[in-house]
Ligand binder design. Structure first.
Ligand code: PEP
Length: 252
């Protein structure tokens, strides 16, 4: 298979009411006029997914921020990957640090959720990242390799899997790792992916996430093995998000 395009993905987290649909419509209009060189995905809260899908937007993929480990059954309040696929999701974020930390999701749970996402035909965006303590103790690479090995199902391909490297201390903090550090971590992720998945491992997109904005996006997206971004706060407004996406216009 050919290498997928880079992806700039927006994670709206628990933000957005029906009035926010205007931001997506505006973003889609911007993208329609500019032919971006990357794919664009928005993962809104689940309450907005159907309304957005019904807009039939040509230039924006729609995804979810989580799914359950099971296909269906007695799991009050939960939502399965199959349901998300059924309402039009193309991607599902799995193992975001706010799920790992806030909901006790370990690598085994992340692996099961990713398997669900892949089985129903969506692309699992599997998040990995170290805490500030692990970073300060220089354990970043050890933690990331372990998360990659344990969280990614053995049948991963470049079509059904994307990795997002998000240092937890960089999320929503305005702090960003050095270019050298991002380069080193992404190179190690690539190495492990190639060891595990061969040719597909070479093509799996690896996103960087953590305080990406219009000012630092060009620098971060230029790093070798950074194949896009996972963006939180700066994805909520169409103008801000489009400025990040537009960075790809400057690449060959
Ligand atoms: C995120 O939550 O995945 C994220 C990267 O957030 P922010 O861009 O706001 O740091």
């Amino acid at each position: 298979m050919i290498k997928p395009k880079p992806l700039v993905a927006g994670n709206w987290k628990m933000n957005g009411l029906r009035a926010s649909l205007n931001e997506i419509i505006k973003l889609n209009d911007f993208l329609g006029r500019s032919a971006p060189k990357c794919d664009v995905l928005i993962c809104p809260p689940v309450t907005l997914i159907s309304s957005i899908v019904q807009l039939n937007l040509e230039h924006v993929f729609i995804g979810s921020q989580d799914c359950h480990t099971n296909t269906n059954g007695a799991h009050t309040g939960d939502i399965s990957a199959e349901m998300l696929r059924d309402i039009g999701c193309s991607h599902i974020i799995i193992g975001h640090s706010e799920r790992r930390v806030g909901h006790g999701e370990d690598n085994e749970i992340v692996n099961k959720k990713a398997t669900q996402a892949q089985t129903v035909g969506t692309t699992a965006i599997i998040c990995v990242g170290e805490t500030i303590h692990e970073y300060e103790a220089k354990k970043t690479l050890e933690v990331i390799v372990s998360q990659i090995n344990s969280s990614i199902p053995s049948h991963a391909t470049a079509e059904n899997t994307i990795i997002a490297y998000e240092p937890i201390w960089a999320i929503g903090s305005g702090k960003v790792p050095t270019v050298g550090s991002v380069k080193e971590v992404h190179a190690v992720i690539r190495k492990v992916l190639v060891e595990r998945f061969g040719n597909d491992g070479d093509k799996i997109n690896i996103l960087y996430g953590g305080s990406v904005n219009a000012s630092n996006a060009h620098t971060l997206m230029s790093v070798v093995n950074v194949n896009g971004a996972l963006v939180g706060g700066a994805s909520l407004k169409a103008d801000d998000f489009f400025n990040i996406i537009s960075v790809y216009d400057q690449f060959d």
